[in-house]
Ligand binder design. Sequence first.
Ligand code: GSF
Length: 221
Amino acid sequence: MSGNLILYGMDISPPVRACKLTLRALNLDYEYKEMDLLGGEQFEEEFLRKNPQHTVPLLDDNGALIWDSHAIVCYLVDKYGKSDDLYPRDLVKRAHVDQRLFFDASILFMSLRNVSIPYFVHQVNVVPKEKVDNIKDAYGHLETFLGENRYLKGSSLTVADFCCGATASSLAAVLELDQEKYPKVAAWLERLTELPHYEEDNSRGLENYIQLLKPVLKLEE
Ligand code: GSF
């Protein structure tokens, strides 16, 4: 039973949307607290006490505070999943899903954050070629990982699809996906839109995120 789950987030944030997709897939009720990151609410003392790294998403599970979306989604499946489908317990299968999660944390999401933070914090709207290239590389890796599979790790959905999917769909804010070059990524992202409530959990925040960034960014190519 989920007692008192609270998710601190902001809808435009990809890792927050990954957590929402996971909570939805697990059919968990939770309270959602929207934070005003652009107004600096994450630096207020009360929030810093909960997460000194001042990032969202942050999960409060009856007093247990967990941040970093990847830690949150794994925790949620381990604690509340009726099966281990979304985050397998088998060590090899789990390691493969973890690899995709760490890829999101260290490569995929960073290729986006390295563009979004300079803009949101310092109003830097010129994106140098090497940052554009990082995004192209990230799309390329996803194309390879997908191979002939429906999902990022094999034939069934895992938390890696939620994390990488929320990020990959958001990369369009910087560089639109070239569907001819990355057809598997395009088909996978399209497949994810068929998830129940995907519109509410990912698309809405995603559209706002794209609206905020895309019109102002100037790409050096
Ligand atoms: C990244 C969270 C993050 O950068 C995760 O949870 O997966 N690896 C972490 N969150 C940003 C919002 S966003 O860019 O999605 C955030 O909270 N920034 C506010 C700040 O002060 O850093």
